[in-house]
Design a protein around this ligand. Structure first.
Ligand SMILES: [Ca+2]
Ligand SMILES: [Ca+2]
Ligand SMILES: [Ca+2]
Length: 497
């Protein structure tokens, strides 16, 4: 049965619970205004994203991003019958990333595990049942309310979040998640049926994160939090223990993705959301704000901060309408919130982890956070709302990962001109993910026997040194990468002053 509805959910379960606990401090804060991005926003994307996206602008109000359309199976929208309602996949170029990541992947690939710390997950939902982590037929998860290992959802929030991450793709049912294959959900329920945290929030969340660590999660999604008036409550005194728990998760190789909250407030010295605050303090914990993927401005409910919000992801469509995902009783609902933006980042991180695992590459959570940030688009108009106005994009992330990892060489040697007797240097710069390298330099195609370092130093330059140089780099995988050539020539003083 498919139920369609459309509504705005600006307060997610966890935020609602703690707003009550700490009082609503939103009353007299200024509301935020944003404008549409300028054409320049798109043209200034980082690190060659222009190769992926060509911005064309007629005017500031008429901007389109043109992407190479997906083809093959992943373009087949009919196989998930609500895919056409998932406009955010078009915005994020999700399926183009799927084509690259899922190409030539073994059917027995060991899945990447995303722990969803939330209201539980309906692990029998037809679009999720095959996407749940199970061992010996039992769901691997925990319910802190019942104290059992059956974290069945009662409110729908966690089920919605889980679907955005990993709803099954191409199964003739419903939607598809950001990482719809080879990713499994570990449901952990931390709420009571009234929507409050079980026990003390910091304590329960700490135990939930530890459960995820102990049971082999690769990613943790926390679409929850507490917004605290810092004038009245010392937030770090309440949640500081959670900071250590998150750091421990990162030390165990887990990327943690956290929602910025739905109070429409600027996070600063007066008001702060936890655990969102710890994103800016820990490399490997990522704090996510919501933007409206249709009009490319902040979602009307999202918290914002150029310091504490690290990236933005779609949290609403068309000025506040929700994103469609799985819900209770085999249904689908449209919900909006930073709770929805966060799992789109978790799904992207999970997809990156699938790609990395498939290729035998091991990145730390800090490196993955850097990848997410470096590959983000940057909208000038969002720069006061999130660090550098960053907005995630799946295709750009995978392209960035491939470019940085697979080429090996980030910077090729440059032409130099030397005077007689002078010393000169040629060098390549390798990406940070490549290790155990061998280098061999060549001049005019002839091997230079002792030039086997990342840098080639030419001492006491003479005419014999003139030529066309390149280096061959042998990667850990055994693959060899050849640099572009650089010319070494004689510097001629033309006599000018
Ligand atoms: Ca239960
Ligand atoms: Ca589906
Ligand atoms: Ca961070």
């Amino acid at each position: 049965m498919i139920k369609r509805s459309s509504r705005l959910l600006t307060l997610s379960l966890g935020f609602l619970a703690l707003s009550v606990l700490y009082g609503n401090c939103a009353q007299n804060m200024d509301t935020v205004t944003t404008s549409r991005p300028s054409a320049q926003d798109l043209l200034c994307d980082v690190n060659g994203n222009q190769k992926v996206m060509q911005a064309s602008a007629v005017s500031d109000s008429d901007i389109s991003i043109q992407l190479t359309p997906a083809d093959g199976d992943w373009a087949d929208t009919g196989s998930d019958d609500m895919r056409e309602d998932q406009i955010y996949h078009d915005v994020l170029a999700t399926e183009q990333a799927h084509q690259i990541v899922y190409n030539d992947i073994d059917s027995d690939f060991e899945p990447v595990v995303v722990a969803v710390i939330d209201s539980g997950v309906d692990f029998n939902h037809p679009d999720l049942a095959n996407q749940i982590l199970r061992r010996n037929g039992q769901v691997v998860g925990y319910d802190f309310n019942d104290g059992d290992n059956q974290p069945m959802d009662f409110g729908g929030h966690g089920t919605h979040v889980a679907g955005l991450i990993a709803a099954e793709g191409h199964n003739g049912e419903g939607i598809r998640g950001g990482a719809p294959e080879h990713v499994e959900i570990m449901p952990i329920s931390v709420f009571n049926p009234a929507g409050g945290f079980v026990g003390g929030a910091a304590n329960t969340l700490g135990q939930a994160v530890q459960f995820a660590v102990d049971n082999g999660a690769d990613v943790i999604n926390m679409s929850l939090g507490a917004t605290v008036n810092l004038q009245r409550t010392d937030g770090d005194a309440v949640f500081g223990g959670l900071r250590a728990v998150l750091q421990n998760a990162v030390n165990n190789g887990i990327v943690v993705v956290v929602a910025a909250g739905n109070d429409n407030l600027e996070l600063n010295d007066n008001v702060m959301t936890y655990p969102a605050k710890y994103g800016s303090e820990i490399d490997g914990v990522i704090t996510v704000g919501a933007y409206d993927a249709t009009v490319r401005s902040i979602s009307p409910f999202s918290n914002f901060s150029p310091q504490y919000v690290e990236v933005q992801a779609p949290g609403s469509m068309e000025s506040g309408q929700g994103l469609v995902s799985t819900h209770l009783n085999n249904s689908y609902e449209f919900l909006a919130g930073t709770s929805m933006a966060t799992p789109l980042v978790s799904g992207m991180v999970a997809l990156a982890k699938v790609y990395l695992k498939k290729n035998g590459i091991n990145l730390t959570p800090a490196q993955i956070e850097k990848l997410v940030k470096d590959s983000s688009l940057r909208y000038q108009s969002l720069s006061s709302l999130a660090q550098e106005g960053r907005v995630i994009n799946y295709r750009a992330m995978i392209d960035h990962l491939r470019r940085v990892y697979e080429s090996g060489i980030i910077q090729h040697p440059r032409d130099i001109a030397l005077s007689y007797g002078q010393t000169g240097r040629l060098a390549v710069q390798m990406n940070e993910f490549t290790s155990h390298l061998k280098f061999q330099w060549y001049r005019d195609g002839q091997i230079l026997p002792e030039a086997d370092d990342i840098e080639l130093v030419i001492r006491k330059f003479s005419v014999d040194d003139i030529g066309r140089y390149h280096v061959v780099v042998e990667l850990e995988s055994g693959e060899k990468v050849e640099s572009l050539p650089a010319m070494v020539s004689l510097f001629v003083d033309d006599g000018c002053p």
